[in-house]
Design a binder for this molecule. Structure first.
Ligand code: VGL
Ligand code: ZN
Length: 209
């Protein structure tokens, strides 16, 4: 059954937010229009404790600097803060389950399935297996981080994986990050589709990519 996975559509990732993703607000109406076309809808949340390892402030450094292999970010998506909430404009009624990632203070987690050290599972894989949901469609933020790593894990776990391209946005710390992420996902076996493939003649506000 077709399952929509709404990745990290949280206030802090909206333009003007703590870790604003350019044009992230544009995907909200697209996702809302897509939701009725899916049997199952799941959301993920970036959900960090204060002083998380991925926060530059934790190390007295600046966002964009490194801590080992970890890129450091501004403080974002702190558990139970306003910025960590799903965005107000997102239709939430059909979201049947929410999975939290990045909860370990010492390990970051871009993937919605496992933390980067692969020590801890979020429960998403188990949930999908239990409900026999094999056909996954990813939308959300950010194409070059959470979407990328979630898609790669989903492919490795044997799911059928599609990315709804115009319903994702990238951070693009480096201008080619989005393109590289898309190439990596395609090479791993992900399919690319567009919101118009679901919405048909229904008016979709998707920009042409
Ligand atoms: C993400 C950077 C830091 C994401 C999360 O969800 O793509 N990116 N934390
Ligand atoms: Zn994060």
């Amino acid at each position: 059954m077709k399952t929509l996975i709404i990745t990290d559509v949280q206030h802090d990732f909206m333009p003007g937010g703590a870790l604003g993703v350019p044009h992230a607000n544009e995907i909200i109406p697209i996702i809302n229009a897509l939701i009725p076309h899916f049997e199952h809808v799941i959301a993920t949340l970036d959900w960090h404790p204060e002083n998380h390892v991925s926060f530059a402030s934790t190390h007295g450094k600046k966002p964009g600097e490194m801590f080992g292999t970890q890129i450091l970010w501004p403080d974002h998506c702190v558990q139970n803060s306003h910025g960590a909430n799903l965005v107000a404009g997102l239709k939430k009624e059909k979201i049947e389950a929410i999975f939290h990632k990045g909860t370990d203070p010492d390990v970051d987690s871009y993937s919605a399935f496992f933390d980067d050290a692969r020590h801890r599972a979020t429960g998403l894989d188990e949930y999908l297996e239990k409900h026999k949901l094999r056909d996954l469609y990813f939308v959300g933020l950010a194409t070059d981080y959470c979407v990328l790593y979630s898609v790669l894990d989903a492919l490795e776990l044997g799911f059928s994986v599609s990315v709804i391209r115009d319903a994702c946005r990238a951070i693009n710390l480096h201008p080619l990050d989005e393109q590289r992420a898309l190439e990596t996902m395609r090479a791993g076996g992900a399919k690319f589709v567009f919101s118009k493939d679901f919405l048909g003649k229904e008016k979709s506000r998707s920009p042409i990519l």
